[in-house]
Design a protein around this ligand. Structure first.
Ligand code: BV8
Ligand code: ZN
Length: 254
């Protein structure tokens, strides 16, 4: 924290409207693999970009469904980390915090954050591939975890039209929910400061948000233990992890 200039810390302390953009790195310290982490087990030979597409689902619905269920099951065993908690506490201390997440997990909500904008959807509820009807899934059972590696999951069908259900996420090549994207773009330019935590900034259109903020003269703080393509858009660059840096910053503004 010592590398942050005093006037930058003052700017953070005085910020009344803060917009936060989080990516997979936000959940890394909770034990959720990031998109760029190599996949393990059944999915070791697949890149997420190859599974998170409508074509992949249509080609092998049971296999893709099983991937999402394995992520949902794993998430049930994990907890929000100190970074999620710091953001939730910060939101209570200032007039307005808008939290935009690319993550499909519910860790921000479980830490207490409210009004979270999931620009890439969520693992639950799921929806019908054909008519779009939404369905809240019950918690994952463990027995599916021990199914044979090559066994394709039985994909549930829509009660209304009998179409296949699909994960409630935005796949590559799919449009983002218009309302969520509009709210995110608004929040990027209409705020005193933007925190960008744990994203490699490679997925569009969300990767454009920090640049939009800078064009609106909003200071952009990048928090990431590693370099990323977003670094040259940073007003302040903090080399560190979400669970270390966010509590430390929150302490400095409290
Ligand atoms: C769209 C849900 C147009 C699914 C996700 C060809 C055809 C079509 C579109 C495209 C195309 N080529 C390019 C595109 C655009 C495409 C895109 O950007 N592709 C990229 C790969 C180039 N975008 C899209 O397709 C989007 N849609 O463009 O639609 C359109 C318009 C109208 C009508 C029709 C179509 C949709 C994109 C959404 C895809 N869905 N997720 C699922 O989860 O399964 S994206 C998914 O990947 C995540 O949600 C996330 O957004 C992204 C991964 O990014 P990060 O979160 O940044 O994670 P990553 O692992 O990359 O980085 C982690 C970072 O954390 C690292 O920097 C690391 O250093 C840091 N870190 C690690 N540990 C920590 C840490 N930081 C802090 N603390 C730590 N402890
Ligand atoms: Zn249906």
């Amino acid at each position: 924290m010592r590398e942050i200039r005093p006037e930058a810390l003052r700017q953070l302390r005085q910020a009344r409207k803060v917009t936060v953009l989080t990516g997979a790195g936000m959940s890394a310290e909770s034990g959720v693999p990031t998109f760029r982490d190599a996949q393990k087990g059944l999915w070791a030979n697949y890149r997420p970009e190859d599974l998170a597409t409508p074509a992949a689902f249509l080609a092998r619905p049971g296999f893709v469904w099983r991937w999402y269920e394995s992520r949902r099951r794993q998430l049930q065993k994990l907890q929000p980390n100190a970074g999620h908690q710091a953001l939730a506490a910060w939101q209570l201390k200032i007039p307005k915090m808008t939290l935009i997440t690319q993550n499909v997990d519910d860790l921000h909500e479980r830490a207490g954050s409210t009004g979270v904008i999931h620009v890439h959807g969520t693992l639950n509820p799921v929806k019908c591939f054909d008519c779009g009807a939404s369905y809240q899934l019950p918690p994952c059972s463990d027995e599916a975890e021990n199914a044979a590696p090559d066994q394709e999951a039985e994909v549930p069908r829509c009660n209304r039209c009998k179409g296949l259900l699909r994960p409630g996420v935005v796949w590559f090549g799919e449009a983002l929910p218009a309302a969520a994207l509009h709210k995110a773009e608004q929040a990027a330019t209409d705020c005193d400061l933007m925190l960008v935590v744990g994203t490699s900034g490679q997925v569009y259109p969300i990767a454009s948000l920090p640049g939009m903020a800078r064009s609106a003269q909003v200071p952009v703080w990048i928090i990431n233990p590693n370099a990323s393509v977003l670094d040259d858009q940073a007003s302040v660059l903090v080399r560190g992890t979400a669970a270390q840096v966010l509590p430390a910053l929150f302490d400095r503004v409290s």
